[in-house]
Design a protein around this ligand. Sequence first.
Ligand SMILES: [Zn+2]
Length: 86
Amino acid sequence: MKLPRIELYCDTCGSTNIGRDACAHWDVLKQKWVFTDVYDCRWCSDCGSECIEEREYPELEPVHPATSNWDDDRIEHAAAKEGPYY
Ligand SMILES: [Zn+2]
């Protein structure tokens, strides 16, 4: 299955070097910064414009099973136990 994704770009200069303000707090259990809020303002780090747009980005190819850490047999068994989907 391919995963859709988007790309943010500057409508003024075409750059994809886009920034956004956010608030983070230190989580002592996770031992890392955790985002608690992401603000609306986005900007181009190259020209300073705030005219940021979104577009589809080429789809990601699935990870080849030989290079994946997932155990495919385990995934299939888990799906079988969940029963049919309607
Ligand atoms: Zn720009």
